[in-house]
Design a protein around this ligand. Structure first.
Ligand code: PLP
Length: 360
């Protein structure tokens, strides 16, 4: 193989392999890999352990958050109708299949949310508009055909002019419709335990575990979803090594970010880039208000050797590929997320920027 060395300054991104694994996680995976288990027991008991750690009634470890979405949708559709488990796509006119979500939540996180709904046998029904939705619009879209409401808690989703999660859950409870919450990339998983009927996390994002996912929540809905391990879930099977790796990650999970002062001091190193004509550096707090700080490199295309979009592309060229957070690149700036960086990476990024923009 001839793979590039990658520096990830973009955050936790699936296209780069999300996170590097700590020794405790790798030890967990090695333990899982080196032993035999009665797999059904392992899946059941590891689910109980996860539920204990998250404070939910039940949980199931799956192989990705995407699988968690598809399985919980399939569960909400088939409920206790066992014949539907092996036949989730079979026409069954009396079965409710509509999955209601706000249009601004129907995003592409690397795969479209809508595709996971269909994978689970659901039919997506959107409420509201691309730039907003009112709670009444969501309410008016609930019908006899609604099997569940899906809420995407994510920076990918539209944030402005959207009803809050807790208001949506209250609405669902009034109509007796289950709420499935995709919180794939969110920190503090325990804080979501009471805020939906089912909540889904990616094991490899904020939790920094191996490629895996968690589906947790009310016992009824988790067991509805779990049945589909003998249906579509077979194509999403989780391995024993991933189960032990994820358990180790959860046991050592620590969402405390580095102190703001420390993050800011580290980012000050970027100031030497201001010696390059057309470059300015600022420190920005996370757009969702989390205590995470990122360096922002502003590139003035009149004065600098190239614009921010070209800088992004050129940073990825060569044997050392640097990935940045590019959400504002078309407005002339790129962001650097310190969290995934390893010792010496920031210096390498600075050197590469200088090489591209001059000043090396
Ligand atoms: C990453 C992500 C997913 C998918 O997670 P995987 O574990 O990669 O399947 C789903 N939803 C959201 C909002 C995400 O950010």
């Amino acid at each position: 193989m001839n793979l590039k060395q990658v520096i990830n300054a973009s955050g936790r991104m699936s296209i780069l392999g999300v996170s590097t694994l700590s020794d405790v996680v790798l030890d967990g995976m090695a333990y899982g890999g080196k032993h035999y288990f009665e797999m059904e027991d392992l899946v059941t008991q590891s689910g109980q352990a996860v539920a204990g750690m998250l404070g939910t009634e039940a949980a199931l470890i799956v192989n990705s958050a995407s699988a968690g979405i598809a399985l919980s949708i399939a569960g909400a559709i088939a409920k206790d109708k066992h014949q539907l488990v092996e036949n989730i796509y079979a026409p069954a006119p009396q079965v409710q299949r509509e999955i209601l979500l706000m249009k601004g939540h129907n995003v592409d996180y690397g795969a479209p949310v809508e595709t996971m709904i269909r994978l689970g046998g659901g039919i997506p029904v959107e409420a509201g508009y691309a730039n907003g939705c009112r709670l009444e619009q969501l309410e008016q879209s609930i019908s006899e055909q609604t099997a569940a409401v899906l809420f995407i808690q994510s920076h990918h989703a539209v944030q402005k002019n959207m009803p809050a999660l807790d208001d949506v859950y209250a609405l669902c409870q009034r109509y007796n419709v289950p709420l499935i919450l995709d919180a794939a990339a969110e920190d503090h998983p325990q804080s979501y335990s009471e805020r939906a009927d089912v909540v889904i996390f990616s094991g490899s994002k904020a939790l920094e575990g191996p490629t895996s996912g968690i589906l947790a929540g009310k016992k009824t809905y988790v067991s509805y979803a779990a049945q589909h391990q003998k249906g579509i879930g077979r194509a999403m099977k989780v391995g024993k090594e991933a189960i032990f790796g994820l358990l180790a990650a959860l046991q050592h999970y620590d969402a405390r970010p580095r102190p703001a002062r420390e993050q800011q001091e580290e980012l000050m190193k970027l100031q030497e880039l201001e010696a390059i004509p057309g470059v300015r550096v600022t420190i920005e707090q996370d757009e969702a208000g989390r205590p995470i700080y990122r360096g922002r490199i502003h590139v003035d295309e009149q004065e600098a050797a190239c614009n921010a979009l070209t800088l992004v592309a050129r940073l990825k060229e060569g044997n050392l590929a640097v990935y940045t957070r590019d959400y504002h690149a078309n407005e002339g700036s790129i962001d650097l997320d310190l969290r995934p960086l390893q010792a010496g990476d920031l210096e390498k990024i600075i050197a590469k920027v200088k090489q591209i923009l001059g000043g090396a």
